[in-house]
Design a protein around this ligand. Structure first.
Ligand SMILES: [Cu+2]
Length: 166
């Protein structure tokens, strides 16, 4: 094989229409992220975003961390006897070539025990830990969402957090 044919072979590999994503974090795109601005008395808030998976394999978000809250969890809402309640989930799966929307009333990143009040425009940094161990960094801002009833919802189970989690 001469040098020219090696060059051709390499460029054919690179021209593949299906780019291989080395890590989940390369394939997961985060769009329109924001956190809910809350009154100064509020202990908790939530963050929302669109997760887009550009790979041809499912990607799981398995944990989240934030700089604004003592504890950060992945949550969803469930209907329980006509009442909407929040519940922690083990993971949020984004289907291959698909999207999952984190939004008020559905999946969200729960910010528990705010270190300071979240005013509109305040920056929030969130790290999403993905199934393969890679991390997706998300920088977003707090804003009014018009969905204030989340504060009044109850959690299904008592918080079970170990001190070494974060
Ligand atoms: Cu929640």
């Amino acid at each position: 094989m001469n040098l020219k044919s090696i060059t051709v072979a390499v460029s054919l590999l690179c021209a593949s229409p299906f780019p291989a994503f080395a890590a989940d974090s390369d394939a997961l795109k985060v769009e329109n992220p924001y956190a809910r601005a809350v009154p100064p008395t509020a202990q908790n808030s939530g963050a929302f975003m669109v997760l887009r998976n550009e790979s041809d394999r499912p990607i799981k978000v398995v944990d989240a961390e934030s700089d604004v809250s003592k504890v950060t969890e992945l949550h969803t809402h469930i209907h329980d006897k006509g009442v909407m309640r929040m519940r922690r989930v083990e993971s949020i799966e984004v289907p291959a070539k698909g999207t999952v929307v984190l939004q008020p009333g559905g999946y969200h990143v729960m910010l528990i025990g705010l270190k300071h009040p979240l005013k509109p425009g305040d920056p929030v940094h969130i790290e999403l830990r993905l199934g393969d161990g890679s991390k997706a960094s998300v920088d977003l801002k707090a804003r009014h969402t018009g969905m204030m009833h989340m504060q009044h919802m109850q959690h299904m189970e008592p918080m079970r957090h170990t001190a070494d989690k974060h």
